[in-house]
Design a protein. Sequence first.
Length: 233
Amino acid sequence: MNATFQVTGMTCSGCAAKVTHLCKSIEGVAEAAVDLASGQVTLQADRDLRLSDLENALAPYPKYSVSEGAAESSASSLKTFWPLILIGLFLTGVSSLVTWQSGGNWGDWMAIFMGGFFLVFSFFKFLDIEGFVNSYRGYDLLARRWNAYGYVYPFLELGLGIGWCTSGHSTEVAAATVGIMGFSAIGVIQAVAKKQTIQCACLGTVFNLPMTTVTIVEDLLMVGMALWMLLPI
């Protein structure tokens, strides 16, 4: 018989492998399948499994928490991506208010939005930089070959955020954004095309966001806005 649970706190393939091993150690469990993107764990056992069975198995690792039931279907998409949506709404509102009060234009709005975007996203990466590095090297082309780049990347985003906030119309800042985010998008596109079940590292490990086309849109949106700023007006 099969039993399905939800496990949160998994941030990389190593976490998935660890949870799989721990689940197989439960008495009566023959097979364990872990979906990192959704956090869904399906166990095949010769007896009825209870939530407490999985809780006891994962007890040595408090970063993992367990709940009943299978992952929600498409109806859960809004809930899954709500942190990302909420950040976007806040940045849009603040950028619009500041631009309106200062009598700025569309270019000013984009500079404020992008500055806030990079500052917020770098902040979440710094909260658990080790977890971010583990997730990021799962799909980024450079981080996969040079692990140190995962530690450098949050500082690059922080620098872009400061750059957009202090000199948003700078050609250098816009060009750097195109290069950094454009290169990052390549790894994201490849991961989505291969349907890899990995966690998106855009908000670090604070939120368990799956790697989807939403991540592609996020990266390419920054590239597009930076390219617009490079156009002669």
